[in-house]
Design a protein around this ligand. Structure first.
Ligand code: ADP
Length: 416
């Protein structure tokens, strides 16, 4: 423009052209300012595109380094965009279009409803999508995926797009499962060791009904030798025998289930008072042998708790034996008090002993594995009990009661 305007001005000045000058000073100023702005924007755009390329490169390098898959789900069309590497993680063929139904079809059937629900909730405006699920690979193997995503909406709030990342969590999951298995093994070992310690008293406990059965059957046999056996007495004897046989059966059943190695049942629901009574039946002779007393106050109309029977029994046995151990050093007299009650969220079992309480140096290490102050102790009871309680979604806490003695509280979630 400058060249053209200069040429034109020269021609007009020389009289070769008869027209007004094209360029005036203010006009050139405006053109120069516009030119400057425009070229600055062009440079800026070029720089932005360079930055964008770099940041995309960084993002994809970071994603690759973290074995992350970036995906995008177009809610309207249902299409899912995944990189080729991402397809590999999901075991998806390279060329096919991926949509929601194809994605759902490769999920493990147990996880499919949960993932569907989580996606629907995120779309409906709930929390961000964050799920762990299993995917079936074409060769039949299972892969764990951990995925998070968030929904992008239009101006009216309607969901348009869900963007997210997924990672292959198979390694972590199998490590977690190994730890869980070890935890179960340990819990089992500690049950076996508690029962081992109680073997003597349990044998004694079994001996009682067996001896009663023996003497009752001898009395019965003798009365049959009489000319006219007393049938009413015979009936009473047989009733006694069957009660004693049942008692022995209960003890054996309790021991067997404690010794059994069964994986925890996440769906299990228990009546805490009933579980407590079973524990009392197992511990009865131990309590008598130690010349101690337990005063239970069982809550009425207690709701059921979501927990496994054996697991809660194991925690209770640990707590009660610990309490009895603590009371060993104290002069006999005060009993151990066990209370069951509930609030809105929890069924609570409170075990308050009449021992010296938890000493200040023990307090911070109470739930530490292998921490014990007993010469024969393993130091595993409390740490295992707490890990069981937490796995059940509950809590196990300890404090010194204002009236003296230690109080342990086991909180179990109410079954809904
Ligand atoms: P262990 O009974 O084998 O020692 P635990 O983990 O059950 O293992 O207990 C760890 C320690 O906590 C005990 O050695 C004891 O010092 C302390 N402790 C546990 N229960 C009580 C209690 N009721 N009163 C006082 N101290 C307790």
């Amino acid at each position: 423009f400058v060249l053209m305007a200069t040429g034109q001005s020269a021609l007009v000045a020389a009289g070769a052209l008869r027209m007004p000058f094209l360029a005036s000073l203010p006009f050139v100023g405006i053109i120069a300012a516009m030119g400057y702005e425009l070229s600055r924007d062009v440079f800026k755009a070029a720089k932005l595109s360079e930055d964008l390329k770099n940041s995309q490169l960084r993002l994809s390098q970071a994603a690759a380094a973290a074995s992350m898959v970036i995906w995008e789900w177009d809610v309207a069309t249902g299409r899912i965009l995944v990189s080729d590497k991402g397809r590999g993680i999901y075991g998806l063929p390279e060329s096919t279009d991926v949509d929601l139904s194809l994605f759902l079809s490769i999920l493990h059937e147990h996880d499919r409803p949960g993932v569907r629900r989580a996606l629907d909730e995120s779309l409906a405006g709930g929390a961000a999508f964050a799920e762990e699920y299993r995917v079936r690979m074409p060769d039949g193997s299972i892969r764990w995926i951990s995925a998070t995503g968030h929904v992008e909406r239009d101006a009216h709030g309607a969901p348009q797009l869900m963007r997210g990342v997924s990672i292959d969590a198979t390694e972590r999951k199998s490590a977690e499962m190994r730890v869980e298995l070890q935890r179960q093994e340990l819990a089992h070992l500690s049950r076996v060791s508690v029962l081992g310690e109680m073997a003597g008293t349990l044998a004694h406990e079994l001996n009682q009904p067996l001896a009663a059965i023996l003497s009752n059957s001898q009395v019965g046999r003798r009365s049959m030798d009489q000319a006219q056996p007393d049938l009413a007495e015979m009936a009473a004897i047989l009733d006694d025998i069957s009660i004693d046989a049942k008692r022995a059966g209960h003890i054996i059943h309790g021991m067997r289930s404690m010794l059994k190695k069964s994986p925890p049942d996440d769906e299990a629901v228990i009546d805490v008072n009933e579980t407590f009574e079973q524990v009392m039946a197992l511990l009865q002779s131990e309590i008598i042998r130690r010349k101690k007393e337990i005063h239970p106050t069982l809550g009425k109309d207690l709701p059921k708790a979501r927990a496994g029977q054996i697991e809660v029994q194991q925690i209770l046995i640990n707590m009660i034996i610990n309490g009895l151990d603590a009371m060993q050093s104290q002069p006999a007299g005060l009993p151990m008090r066990i209370e069951t009650f509930h609030n809105e969220a929890w069924v609570v079992i409170a075990i308050k002993d009449a021992g010296p309480g938890i000493s200040p140096e023990v307090q911070p290490r109470l739930f530490e594995p292998f921490y014990t102050t007993k010469p024969e102790g393993l130091g595993l009871g409390l740490s295992i009990s707490r890990s069981i309680a937490e796995r059940l979604g509950g809590e196990l806490s300890a404090r010194n009661h204002p009236d003296g003695g230690a109080e342990f509280r086991l909180l179990l979630p109410i079954a809904t």
